[in-house]
Design a protein around this ligand. Structure first.
Ligand SMILES: *Cc1c(COP(=O)(O)O)cnc(C)c1O
Length: 432
């Protein structure tokens, strides 16, 4: 048995918490491509996006140069109710695997939304309030983003309309109930409340919906609100990765406090936000010559990085969003219904896509069975019931640890445990 010299759970103090986000684009030599207008194919500037998103969020989205962005004090105050999140040492998992590797994970599930999504929901709600909006709209698939945003909107006193993918709303009635408890209006999508929803319903009667459809509906409502509302997105875009950098900054500070540095940093990748967040400071280190491996893990059923194409595509099914250059399976790709709702998106963050294209990071795809085997082992060892999304990262961390068993190397592995799986028990039952 290894001697347990570092704590199983390390929390930074409030003073040690980062007060700035990190914008990795500032250190990337090759920047991600700009969003373009689907008709003209010209890059979109501020005014082109203004009808859809909050102004401050657009400024952040378009800023490729500012490395550190101060976190507003109101957002910091809110962060302090659920941050810092712990950096955990997976002693029990290491022991179960019999590996010489040291496995660390950053646990983001310690808030009611059960995921890292609150890190971006908080600033997005705050900026909307600052701009004087009455409310915001969004979509949610598995429900974590909608839940996080409903919490943030309750705190910053804003109305929220959530278009929730219809199959998810039916499969996860309690997710809907949580959002409603915080005051959000939840509409199963596709719905008859929007033009695009009506069209999708008449073209595909009986459809269970998809994230792409729900995005189209939420954008339509924001655009038609006469300026009172804007749309918010919980992943993929540059500003979301900026907000999520708090995960990586805290992780790096906590590891430094332990005298540790990771050989490999692993994250599950749906739209790329928790991954982009945890790797942020390590991307900067890598670009300045440090030897650290970055690894994205996606589901074999929705493999945008490992099987997709790097090209301009729409963010939504209805083709009303700008076009984004990213690894994509195509805007009309409807993934098979599966266990990891939060990873079922056809595209990938332009930042992650560019890093992958430039071979600064690796990606693997893993199957449902591999994921749940890893999830169950982790739950038994580490006490936390992981989200199926997060279990993709666990699976890859176990692969790395098993390699160390063969080579005898005591590598230091860091992965993002993006959330908990309490609303995913149907998937656990199916994979029992
Ligand atoms: C939404 C979600 C994901 C996937 O989204 P990313 O933007 O890729 O991080 C992963 N894990 C959990 C727990 C989620 O809620």
């Amino acid at each position: 048995m290894k001697t347990r010299t570092v704590p199983s759970r390390l929390y930074l103090t409030e003073k040690q918490m980062p007060e700035k986000w990190m914008n990795v684009r500032a250190v990337m030599k090759n920047k991600p491509a700009p969003m373009i207008h689907p008709g003209t194919r010209e890059p979109l500037d501020f005014s082109g996006i203004e009808p859809v998103f909050c102004q401050e969020v657009i400024r952040q989205e378009l800023d490729n140069d500012t490395l550190y962005v101060p976190i507003p004090s109101e957002v910091l105050r809110y962060y302090r109710m659920f941050r810092p999140s712990p950096l955990c040492r997976a002693y029990e998992l290491e022991e179960a695997l019999g590996t010489p590797a040291k496995i660390y994970y950053k646990f983001e599930g310690n808030n009611t939304s059960g995921s890292h999504k609150l890190n971006s929901a908080a600033p997005q709600a705050y900026y909307a309030k600052q701009q004087g909006l009455s409310g915001i709209t969004t979509e949610t698939g598995a429900g974590q983003w909608g839940t996080a945003l409903s919490m943030a909107c309750a705190h910053f006193k804003l109305d929220l309309t959530v278009f929730m993918v219809k199959v998810s709303a039916e499969q996860k009635p309690y997710r809907k109930a949580v959002m409603e408890t915080y005051g959000a209006t939840v509409i199963p999508s596709p719905s008859a409340t929007t033009d695009i929803g009506k069209k999708i319903l008449s073209d595909h009667p009986g459809t269970g919906g998809s994230l792409g459809c729900a995005i189209s509906e939420a954008v339509e409502v924001a655009i038609k609100s006469g300026g009172a509302m804007r749309y918010t997105l919980g992943s993929v875009l540059n500003h979301v990765l900026l907000h999520q950098s708090v995960i990586g900054l805290e992780s790096k500070a906590a590891m430094e406090a332990l005298g540790e540095y990771p050989d490999v940093v692993i994250g599950c990748a749906g739209g790329g936000s928790n991954l982009g967040g945890i790797i942020a400071p390590f991307v900067a280190d890598k670009l300045s010559g440090k030897n650290v491996r970055l690894l994205a893990v996606e589901p074999a059923s929705c493999p945008s990085l490992t099987k997709g194409k790097f090209e301009y595509d729409f963010g939504d099914t209805g083709c009303i969003t700008p076009m984004i250059k990213m690894y994509t399976l195509g805007y009309d790709f409807i993934p098979p219904p599966d266990h990891a709702g939060g990873l079922r998106y056809h595209g990938m963050s332009p930042i992650i896509s560019k890093l992958y294209e430039d071979k600064l990071m690796d990606a693997i795809a893993v199957t449902e069975k591999e994921v749940f085997d890893a999830a169950k082992l982790f739950a038994k060892c580490e006490t936390i019931l992981p989200a199926p999304e997060s279990a993709h990262a666990i699976r890859a961390a176990i692969f790395e640890a098993e390699k160390c068993k063969v080579t005898g190397e005591a590598k230091t592995i860091l992965f993002g445990l993006s959330g908990t799986g309490y609303f995913d028990l149907a998937a656990y039952t199916k994979n029992a």
